[in-house]
Design a protein. Structure first.
Length: 167
């Protein structure tokens, strides 16, 4: 379990940093857009597109961090209604369904990365669309890994508690 916690901590720090970098790029691009458009009357064509794409990256990398911290939105009412082994089964089932969805998204991102790797964005001839699909795919693969580790940890803990209760 220490290895899992170490992996979670490492992924959290890595993706917090990546999300922060993407956010700073998004913010910087937006500021450049305003300064060049309104102060210098020389709009830059690529700043809005870069800001939009960095918003996507920030969202997905940030979502991974939120999943690691288990601070995402959930239905608290279910926690009040379901207890014990039923809660273990329900949370495992929910995580399996979410993981199934994330695997589909990751596969789709892989296919889109391959399809758009040589396609540049409309206003930036140095930025490929494949970069965004790759970033989203990495984030969803990371989320799938976190869910798999959570399911494993939950099942091991559940098996340990049921084994000690029967003894």
């Amino acid at each position: 379990m220490k290895a899992i916690e170490s992996i979670r901590r490492t992924l959290r720090h890595l993706f917090e940093t990546l999300a922060l970098v993407a956010f700073v790029i998004m913010l910087g691009s937006s500021v450049l857009q305003v300064v060049f458009r309104y102060a210098l009357n020389e709009p830059l064509m690529w700043t809005e597109e870069l800001a939009r794409l960095m918003c996507v990256v920030t969202t997905y990398f940030g979502s991974l961090v939120v999943l690691i911290l288990r601070e995402h939105i959930y239905v608290a009412l279910l926690d009040e209604w379901v207890r014990g082994r039923a809660a273990l089964v329900l949370s495992t089932l929910v995580d399996l369904l979410v993981a199934w969805f994330l695997v589909a998204v990751t596969i789709g991102c892989w296919l889109m990365t391959e399809a758009t790797w040589t396609t540049y964005t409309a206003s930036m001839d140095w930025f490929r669309m494949g970069y965004i699909y790759l970033a989203v795919g990495i984030a969803t693969a990371g989320m799938t890994l976190i869910l798999a580790m959570d399911i494993y940890t939950r099942l091991v803990a559940g098996a340990g508690s049921s084994g000690s209760a029967e003894a």
